[in-house]
Design a protein around this ligand. Structure first.
Ligand code: PAF
Length: 288
């Protein structure tokens, strides 16, 4: 399959090309990904195009954010298909660095970025070190590309929260854009890991979103019995064949849910067969 997408794997070459664009006063948006792209990623590219003159996507399956026993080795690598999708979506440039160029002294010798507070709990508890790996690679990608804006999906709510804090704490002059979760008509949030589901599990998976919306209805109509709501949601997930990891209601900044908050975020992680699914919903309290 031929593609017109300019693809760089060398950091120096990427930097030279981007410096030339910057001399022409072009603004740059970054869409960091791990590849195996789906329509949700293309929404990120579309949104990025609205905010900058040029869109750079990166594909890097970052070993530092996977724990032992997770799917680093088997994570699908689909470069040609990804290139074709990105070119079609109007992405201008693709960066595909190797592991040895991102971590030239090895991962154990790599200076790391630890974002305190928001990296803890939720996925951070189940995947120790995961957000340190994400924060470290995103910092490196920010340094390689030096974008004006960077787009991330709201599906990974904790990840975007970590990245916002990192940008703020390290004073990166980068605007972070959070793009709403893209769902199937049945409500399943698009994710590369949905590919691990069997057809039967795929048919069942939207139940996760149904649980989120039921919780949201309860919250908006004044039911703030957080413990009872999360307990019932876990039970409903288990009945439908999921193994829930967490179901939590938090304030939008991920602090513990307060009764008088104007909005909350409901976050769920649950296993279904070989896939670990995560999803979330922001709930505005009914003002009446
Ligand atoms: O969301 C992802 O795909 C990854 O965590 C990211 C942000 C590209 C960092 O490796």
């Amino acid at each position: 399959m031929s593609t017109l997408l300019k693809t760089f794997s060398q950091i120096d070459e990427l930097r030279q090309q981007l410096a030339a664009y910057r001399r022409e006063n072009k603004t740059i948006a970054l869409v960091p990904t791990m590849g195996n792209l789906h329509d949700g990623h293309l929404r990120l590219v579309e949104e990025a195009k609205r905010h900058a003159d040029l869109v750079v996507a990166s594909i890097f399956v970052n070993p530092m954010q996977f724990n032992a026993g997770e799917d680093f080795e088997s994570y699908p690598r689909t470069l040609e298909a990804d290139q074709a999708m990105l070119a079609k979506a109007g992405c201008d440039l693709l960066f595909t660095p190797s592991i040895s160029s991102v971590y030239p002294n090895g991962q154990d010798n790599q200076t790391r970025i630890l974002v305190p507070g928001v990296s803890e709990g939720l996925c951070g508890q189940k995947r120790p070190g995961h957000f340190e790996g994400v924060a470290t690679v995103v910092t490196k990608l920010f340094n390689f590309v030096q974008p004006d804006v960077a787009c991330f999906g709201q599906k990974d709510y904790q990840q975007v929260t970590v990245i916002r804090k990192l940008v703020n704490d390290l004073s990166f002059p980068i605007k972070i854009i959070e793009v709403p979760t893209h769902r199937t008509p049945e409500g399943l949030a698009l994710s590369s890991r949905n590919g691990y589901l069997t057809p039967e599990q795929l048919a069942k998976a939207p139940a996760l979103y149904a649980v989120l919306t039921t919780m949201a209805e309860n919250l908006t109509t004044g039911n703030t019995h957080f413990h009872e709501l999360t307990y019932k949601a876990r039970a409903r997930l288990a009945e439908q064949g999921f193994a829930p990891e967490y179901v939590e209601i938090r304030n939008p900044d991920l602090s513990n849910a307060s009764l008088d908050a104007k909005s909350w975020v409901i976050l769920i992680a649950a296993r279904l067969g070989k896939a670990r699914l995560i999803d979330n919903l922001i709930v505005q309290r009914d003002s009446n």
